[in-house]
Design a protein around this ligand. Structure first.
Ligand code: HEM
Length: 392
């Protein structure tokens, strides 16, 4: 029922815009133990009647930007009584109120109804708050080994913000009728990455989080799970409502792996990143599951591709590479590959003398890379956004 309720909102949005949003999972191979659709996270209904004088006994966390009211604790009163009488529908911390007497989405009105109306018909979603969302992402990354493609999803989404708009038209790659989903640099993201995230986005978007925020958060959870630095996510990225809200082309926005130092500078300096930050960002070269690779090369960037560490810099300096090209076609070989590869854009980090100094420094000092990567990555994820908030 909860998912139906969520879908109802999304369906109506889609109808209004007339856009074709990716509607079902593509054939992404799922490993055993993968996250299941949210069957065990049911929606339940609660009736509380204050007319006999009892107090509600329910603390919720109000934030104007949210569409739900997360339950913080049960403080006695009618809520506790309800829990004693309804063991199968216990109101618990971690659940969220998604509707109060038919009001949905407007938390100010929902809260007001809780305070003023005698009889309350509450609809709650079980295990529906920030902590449960993070746990679901951790589970996805751990069981599916898909952290790399989630990092790439966030990177490419952040890289296409519309300059000068004071906000982004993010997440436009969800639509099948054009825009960002058609960019060569996004190959595999609308299908593979979004399909992997679908059980989570079906459950939490839009009631708890936007797609764009989910992508940012998922990448940061993935980085941490893969032994990388802990990067805090801020929230409030709006989702594009149609592909028309996306940017017109990738040209000048997303880097081309077949090009060198001048190209990297022209892309990243325009977004406010200096040479050091370009090198810091480039070290993210983890590689995903081989069966999820999209354009693909015959090899992986690093010998331990599922680990987020500074081996990218070490291997760049230690080995001799003939650059692979992005047009090479699909590969069957990703993580676990014995052969490591670099693109022209990677080789630029040792061929250019300024870039090389930073490459050497990060190869020798993982802690300083984690620090610089964290700062540059957060800046990239937040570029073009205004008014982001610390809490979801
Ligand atoms: C510096 C310029 C960059 C270039 C030229 C570039 C280009 C590419 C290309 C061509 C791929 C292969 C895509 C595929 O799987 O078919 C790739 C993968 C990837 N990129 Fe980027 N990218 C750049 C920057 C970044 C940044 C800044 C990040 C994040 C901090 C990032 C994260 C990733 C990740 C994690 C993958 C592996 C995805 C997987 O294996 O599924 N990239 N990149």
């Amino acid at each position: 029922m909860g998912n139906q309720a969520c879908c109802a909102v999304k369906d109506s949005e889609a109808n209004q815009t007339g856009n074709a949003e990716l509607s079902k999972a593509e054939a992404v191979p799922v490993l055993d133990g993968g996250i299941k659709a949210s069957k065990e996270e049911p929606i339940y209904e609660v009736m509380l009647d204050k007319s006999t004088g009892g107090k509600l006994g329910l603390d919720v966390d109000y934030m104007a930007e949210r569409r739900v009211l997360p339950v913080m604790c049960i403080t006695g009163g009618l809520a506790e009584q309800w829990n004693q009488n309804n063991p199968d529908k216990q109101i618990s911390k971690g659940d969220s109120l998604i509707s109060v007497n038919g009001i949905k989405g407007d938390v100010a009105v929902m809260l007001e109804r809780c305070k003023t109306e005698k009889v309350l018909n509450l609809i709650l979603a079980k295990k529906f708050n920030y902590d449960h969302l993070v746990a679901d992402i951790e589970n996805l990354v751990t069981t599916q080994g898909c952290g790399a493609i989630l990092i790439r999803l966030s990177c490419n989404d952040a890289g296409v913000y519309k300059e000068g708009q004071g906000g982004c038209s993010n997440a436009a790659m969800r639509f099948t009728d054009g825009g960002e989903s058609k960019f060569a640099a996004n190959a595999g993201l609308p299908t593979v990455a979004l399909s992997l995230l679908r059980p989570i986005s079906d459950k939490y978007v839009p009631d708890l989080i936007s797609h764009a925020d989910l992508w940012a958060l998922s990448s940061n959870v993935a980085i941490r799970v893969m032994s990388g630095p802990t990067i805090t996510t801020r929230f409030g990225r709006p989702d594009a409502k149609s592909s028309a809200e996306g940017v017109s082309g990738q040209e000048g926005r997303l880097p081309d792996g077949d090009k060198g130092a001048d190209h990297l500078r022209s892309i990243f300096h325009a977004k406010g990143f200096d040479d050091k930050a370009i090198v810091a960002l480039s070290g993210r070269r983890t590689t995903g599951r081989k069966d999820l690779a999209t354009s693909g090369f015959d090899g992986a960037w690093t010998e331990q591709p599922l680990k987020f560490d500074n081996s990218y810099y070490k291997e760049l300096l230690a080995k001799t590479y003939t650059p692979e090209t992005t047009s090479k076609g699909c590969s069957q070989n990703r993580h676990g590959a014995s052969r490591t590869i670099m693109l022209a854009s990677d080789k630029a980090l040792v061929d250019d003398s300024t870039f090389k100094l930073h490459t050497e420094s990060y190869a020798n000092d993982q802690a300083s890379w984690f620090n610089d990567f964290g700062l540059a990555w957060k800046k990239l994820q937040e570029n073009g956004h205004v008014g982001l908030r610390d809490v979801l």
